[in-house]
Design a protein around this ligand. Structure first.
Ligand code: AVJ
Length: 322
């Protein structure tokens, strides 16, 4: 058996796979139609998101990577070698590689909903980091997380980069962070990337890139529904719209119906008047202080904050409050 096989574990916790149907029918039946942003990420959607991260306008990914790189030593000291590093929504596990190059955790636990993708990513990590145990679990991290296996008596740290926390409504963010606080237990920590409030023109540009990739990403949601739910949305019938809602402190993405039209989704007909929107994503922005207040409500104490020179993005470290 190869070394990689001995340090690699995989758990399929069979997350409910048919929630798409209920979520979409429910969301489209509300006065403000909406679809949860997690459904952006089919195969093509994940590629489009990667492409967004490469655009000049979308600063979060490269800024966060630079913050992690520039402060790697200090960050690793906070996390501590020999910890169990858990990453909900690990995706390609690209950012964690920065940490794994320097930190030697006892175990890395990527958690993701996409089973096959997770398996291949976990294999790649096990190959590249033969001294680290890789325990992958297929779970829906938006539900409370119970993990089947934790090495005994090891400090656990959750890693949640990318400002994915911004997709939660603030109250939901507190619930989710509370779940993470339970997961890492009394001695654990949290390293999280949080996008910061800033000049709205920078935010508006980041979600309206000139190349139109964010628009494609938004519209691809309809292609996903057409394929998975046998829906018949006309992509040419909708426009991408994204703007910073200053009062709510969030970017909102919408799909705007260009005309009066109907679409059938899983046998149910929905009407869209001209100009009517489907709200497809909220991306909340916080000041460092605002985010610390949320995290405190969830049972975490702020320990350390790193930002870039321009104050665009933050990486924040918390420990479980006593
Ligand atoms: C992955 C949720 C952090 O909100 O900035 C990028 C997703 N949407 N462009 C974000 C996204 C449009 C992204 N998150």
């Amino acid at each position: 058996m190869s070394k990689a096989a001995t340090q690699l574990r995989f758990y399929d916790l069979e997350p409910e796979s048919n929630t798409l149907h209920d979520d979409v029918l429910d969301g489209l039946s509300q006065p403000q139609k909406h679809i949860p942003p997690k459904y952006f990420y089919d195969e093509h959607g994940s590629c489009l998101f990667e492409a967004i991260c490469e655009t000049d306008a979308y600063y979060p990914t490269r800024t966060e990577m630079a913050i992690l790189k520039d402060n790697l030593e200090e960050i690793c000291t906070c996390l501590g070698s020999d910890c169990v590093l858990v990453e909900p929504g690990s995706g390609s596990s690209r950012k964690v590689r920065l940490l794994l190059d320097e930190l030697e955790p006892h175990t890395y636990m990527p958690l993701d909903i996409s089973s096959d993708f997770l398996k291949s990513v976990a294999h790649g990590l096990a190959e590249d980091y033969p001294h680290i145990n890789v325990t992958a679990a297929c779970v829906d991290y938006t539900a409370p997380i119970a993990l089947p296996y934790f090495p005994e008596n090891r400090r656990r740290v959750a890693f949640f980069p990318g400002s994915s926390i911004g997709n939660f409504e603030p109250e939901e963010a507190v619930t989710f962070l509370g779940n993470l606080a339970d997961l890492v237990d009394d001695t654990g920590g949290l390293l999280i990337g949080v996008d910061l409030k800033k000049d709205p023109s920078i935010l508006n540009a980041a979600y309206n890139d000139k190349e139109g990739i964010t628009a494609q990403f938004n519209l691809n949601l309809l292609a996903h529904l057409n394929r998975e739910l046998g829906a018949n949305f006309d992509f040419d019938g909708f426009d991408h719209r994204a703007f910073y809602n200053e009062q709510k402190g969030r970017i909102e993405m919408h799909l705007i119906s260009k005309r009066d039209q109907w679409a059938t989704v899983a046998g149910h007909r929905f009407h869209f008047s001209a100009g009517e929107s489907i709200h497809t994503e909220s991306s909340y922005k916080y000041t460092v202080e605002e985010f610390q207040i949320l995290a405190r409500q969830a049972g975490f104490s702020p320990r350390k904050v790193w930002t870039d020179r321009d104050g665009l993005f933050s990486v924040q470290y918390f420990e479980h409050a006593d």
